[in-house]
Design a protein around this ligand. Structure first.
Ligand code: TNX
Length: 590
């Protein structure tokens, strides 16, 4: 037992013990903090929004205030003066409808959300904002200053600020997509919050101050509906999710070997014959989109800030069209029989130009995708076709590559007649197409020389290298059905971390990378279930890669928002891959 001669001695001892305890506590807390900080930005330190906004902070709040804005069934969206000149009535309604439908599907909440012009808001509920009374609503305000940093390729579109305070929400933007994206961010903040027990009619939206704009202007997704057809409802559902992740280009691969999926009035056999069958069943009943349906889908996409780009693949991957109109076939061998169009026949150009004319009338994008990929799979017979022989002699074309280039240039001229620029796969780089009228999709990740020559040639480029942006590749080491490349596949994390600069640091001096796109080829995707499994949650990771600057995003933070996202996938009835518990979501084989 310790004995102290004086009271002061005892006191000194006690102070010493206390100090030691405090020190130990601090050290352990500091250790714990550094452990956490190394690996995790805690959820409360970043807004639960995918893709993560570029800048965010907590607004400085009066201590007495709560840290939420309460969205109720009656919360109005208020349009300030200049906004009502910027947004047409139709555009306003489309935004509001999207917001409401998502709240209903994902939050189970049926909210009215009236949209009012700000001068008609007398008599509404008031909340406190900066000490003043203000209407408790979502205010749309025209941004006075240039919101977005000026950048090379239309990145500036869609910039917004979002300020959520207990009394009011303010979304400032300068264009339609900025208001839409502000609303989408608000939606996610609300949906990712745990619902208040017993408060069905209230959604708590945490307070944040956000300033945001896309890092890349092209944030795309491609769906192949030739190999397997999924139909209008599914495409609409996909567009809903694309908008939710601020993706803005839907590239629609509508023609290929197994089936032609686009009604062309001038050539009815393209669908009565060409639409029969799919990759796994060559006798399956015809499946295709009528022109009416195409228009409906293009409108649906437009209302969600998404541009639809159709792809009519040529001069390879033309098998389905050649089944319907064999007179245009340029042959092919073995399993690639009738894979190509005949590049020597005038009729081929007439046929394909007429198809482009009708296609042009259905889509409102500035571009049409002409494919141009993998022609060598089926062009070995070209040299034996009399028409091709004549063409080669007449135009002084020395080999199949030169014939292919001639073909693509001539079809580019056709597209230009309708005021459309073209996109092609990266094989188009070798064809000498007009750089000011062509966008190249770089897909062969093993051919970095092709990317370099595309950049040197002055082409704008959409990055979609197979690894990691081909979503027909498997996403987990245990998955068996999808593709791999030399054992490599496309994991969630790789998609998230994809950064075009890794490929282009040396060569992209002019900012010609428009952005990126994931491509879902469907040879191995027969069912909606597998389609969803291949897309979710990689689509969320794609959004982060395309929207958020690499210096801002953090995989751990993304994962933590994704945990909440999976609940929403459940509510939407999606079959997704759960990266946190792979065994709980087995890979569908079909
Ligand atoms: C290559 S990507 C193709 C497609 C296939 C895909 C499968 C491209 C331009 N051509 O026809 O579906 O690989 O991953």
């Amino acid at each position: 037992m310790l004995r102290f001669k004086t009271k002061a001695g005892l006191q000194t001892y006690m102070v010493f013990i206390l100090a030691m305890l405090l020190l130990a506590n601090t050290v352990s807390a500091a250790f714990k903090y550094s452990m956490e900080n190394d690996s995790i930005i805690k959820q409360k330190d970043a807004p639960a929004i995918i893709p993560l906004p570029q800048q965010f902070s907590r607004p400085s709040l009066d201590k007495a205030e709560t840290t939420y804005f309460q969205l109720t069934a009656k919360t109005p969206i208020l349009l300030e003066g200049a906004v009502k000149d910027l947004l047409t009535v139709q555009q306003r309604n489309e935004m509001r409808q999207y917001f409401r439908n998502r709240l209903l599907t994902l939050g189970g909440q049926k909210f009215e959300l009236p949209m009012l012009e700000a001068n008609k808001m007398k008599g509404m509920d008031k909340g406190k904002i900066n000490g003043r009374n203000a209407v408790a609503g979502i205010v749309f305000r025209l941004a006075k200053d240039q919101l977005a940093a000026k950048t090379v390729n239309h990145q500036a579109k869609g910039a917004y600020t979002l300020e959520v305070t207990p009394g009011q929400v303010i979304i400032s933007a300068q264009d339609k997509s900025g208001f839409f994206y502000g609303l989408v961010s608000l939606l996610q903040l609300g949906l990712h919050e745990k619902p208040l027990a017993g408060h069905k009619q209230v959604i708590n939206i945490p307070c944040w101050k956000i300033k945001d704009q896309a890092n890349y202007g092209w944030r795309g997704l491609m769906l192949d509906e030739s190999r397997h057809f999924f139909g209008k409802q599914h495409v609409k559902q996909l567009l809903d999710w694309m908008a939710y992740y601020k993706l803005n280009y839907f590239h629609w691969h509508l023609t290929d070997e197994p089936g032609w999926r686009l009604e062309i009035k001038a050539y009815p056999k393209l669908t009565t014959i060409g639409a029969i069958g799919n990759k796994t069943d060559s006798t399956a009943p015809p499946k295709f989109y009528t022109q009416q349906e195409i228009r409906e889908i293009v409108r649906y996409a437009e209302a969600r800030g998404i541009t639809v780009i159709p792809e009519i693949d040529m001069p390879g991957h033309g098998t389905a069209a050649n089944r319907a109109y064999p007179e245009n076939s340029g042959g092919g061998v073995g399993k690639y029989a009738n894979f190509t169009f005949n590049p020597g026949a005038t009729n081929t150009y007439r046929f394909l130009t007429n198809i482009l004319r009708e296609t042009n009338g259905l889509f409102n994008a500035d571009f049409v995708h002409l494919g141009g990929d993998e022609v060598s799979f089926g062009n070995s017979g070209w040299k034996d076709l009399p028409a091709v022989k004549q063409l080669m002699a007449r135009e002084n074309l020395k080999d199949n590559k030169a014939v292919e280039a001639y073909f693509l240039k001539r079809m580019q001229d056709s597209a230009l007649q309708f005021n459309k620029k073209i996109m092609t796969w990266d094989e188009g780089v070798a064809a000498g197409l007009r750089p000011d009228k062509t966008i190249i999709c770089w897909w062969r990740q093993d051919k970095t020389d092709v990317l370099a020559s595309a950049l040197a040639g002055g082409y704008d480029i959409v990055m979609c290298p197979r690894i990691p942006l081909y979503f027909d590749f498997v996403q987990d080491s245990t998955h068996k059905v999808g593709r791999r490349w030399a054992g490599k596949y496309a994991s969630l994390r790789q998609v998230f971390e994809f950064n075009p600069k890794h490929y282009t640091r040396q060569v992209d001096k002019k900012g010609r990378i428009l952005g990126m796109q994931a491509n879902l080829w469907t040879e191995t995707v027969q069912t909606e279930k597998r389609l969803e499994f291949m897309l979710f949650p990689r689509m969320a990771a794609l959004a982060e890669a395309a929207w958020t600057k690499p210096a801002v995003k953090q995989f751990n933070q993304f994962e933590s928002t994704l945990q909440q996202e999976l609940h929403l996938y459940n509510k939407a009835g999606l079959y997704y891959f759960n990266p946190f518990a792979p065994a709980s979501t087995p890979e569908p084989v079909k």
